[in-house]
Design a protein around this ligand. Structure first.
Ligand SMILES: [Zn+2]
Length: 364
């Protein structure tokens, strides 16, 4: 019985152990390709990352106050009290240099010289932001007008407004106060707040990659999770090959994370909360080598940490039965990204997949 056959029939399997339950659901392969989602809608304080790889976690009011100490009174009036500078007066209006325009409060890159144009309005104008996740918008009904205010997505500082009379290709005009921006010319050293996150990578196989990918996408400190194939002998495998042929590949999720916000050990803990590592070459109704439990360590340090965490789980008796998770080095096994229709599958279809146990049920 192949895993694919089972997957074409939507069925649910409930595996009980130790009083807890993990629910596995097999799914049909259907699903229209869709845009990858990067932006997460999360609360203040929860780590958020932009598509460009920046930490855009909302700063606390305390941190904003701290950073605001360096602002001039005019910057405070504009950025914190939503003021507007007089037209044709800003120091960046006529700036033609190549470089990046960052938030004057938190240094997040907001616009680039490549998107700047002369709107004739008297304020620096851009047709698109540096990254759409970096600029937030809000409806502004002040002065008897309905306008769209733009704010720094990380520190919530007022930047200006956006109008729909801009040039192509966006048709938008981001009208920004010079006082809200700090310009860094290309080649100039950027402050830490203007740099993207130094990320690390981890690879996990725990049955159908749809559910594993979904849970890692949601996990605090994770920038991105991508479904793929790893550990086999065939180059550039297709889903069909992995499902029907003996490729040796496992369904794997590549996790890009921020080590400053989440440790590899915490990701290991999450991984074991997402699947049952005592099932050999299967995960619930999904049967086959491609559904094996495996960790592909990015380096020797991860390898040791993975072994150590499995020892901890074994000593704690968390799963009651022997853990069969394979551990190998990712450097010996190239990761191949899966077809587009497998990415963000659970998020797009709304289908429940692996249910995740509370982390508190697993040792730290
Ligand atoms: Zn900011």
């Amino acid at each position: 019985m192949s895993g694919l056959t089972l997957r074409n029939i939507v069925l649910a399997f409930v595996g009980f152990f130790l009083g807890g339950a993990i629910i596995f659901t097999a799914h049909s392969m259907a699903g229209a390709p869709a845009q990858r989602t990067h932006m997460k809608t999360t609360d203040q304080g929860t780590p958020r990352y932009s598509a460009a790889g920046y930490d855009i976690t909302r700063l606390s009011a305390e941190r904003v106050n701290q950073l605001a100490e360096k602002l001039t009174p005019e910057q405070r009036r504009i950025m914190l009290d939503k003021g507007t500078e007089r037209p044709f007066c800003g120091n960046l209006l006529d700036n033609k240099k190549q470089g990046t325009y960052c938030c004057a409060l938190c240094d997040l890159p907001l616009f680039t010289s490549g998107h700047k144009f002369d709107s004739g309005t008297g304020w620096p104008s851009f047709f698109t932001p540096y990254d759409k996740d970096h600029v937030a918008t809000e409806i502004d009904r002040s002065y008897g007008m309905v306008r769209t205010e733009i704010l720094c997505a990380r520190c919530d500082s007022h930047l200006g407004h956006v109008f729909d009379d801009g040039p192509r290709p966006s048709g938008l005009r981001f009208c920004v106060n010079s006082e809200s921006l700090v310009f860094y010319e290309d080649g100039e050293e950027l402050p830490p707040g203007a740099k993207p996150v130094q990320t690390a990578t981890a690879y996990f196989a725990g049955g159908c990659f749809w559910g594993i990918e979904y849970h890692f996408e949601q996990f605090p400190g994770v920038l991105d999770a991508v479904s793929g194939y790893q550990g086999g002998r065939v180059e550039n495998p297709t889903y069909r090959q992995v499902s029907y042929e003996k490729t040796g590949h496992a369904e794997v999720v590549m996790v890009t994370f921020d080590p400053a916000r989440v440790s590899y050990r915490t990701l290991l803990r999450a991984f074991f909360a997402m699947h049952d590592p005592t099932q050999l070459n299967r995960q619930g109704p999904d049967i086959g080598e491609q559904y094996r439990s495996a960790i592909f360590a990015a380096d020797e340090k991860q390898l040791e940490e993975a072994r150590d965490y499995i020892r901890t789980l074994t000593e704690a008796g968390t799963f009651g039965r022997p853990i069969v998770t394979q551990i190998t080095l990712a450097t010996d096994h190239k990761f191949y990204e899966a077809e587009e229709y497998h990415q963000d599958y659970v998020a797009r279809t709304g289908r429940a997949c692996h249910a995740m146990r509370p982390l508190s049920e697993l040792p730290e």
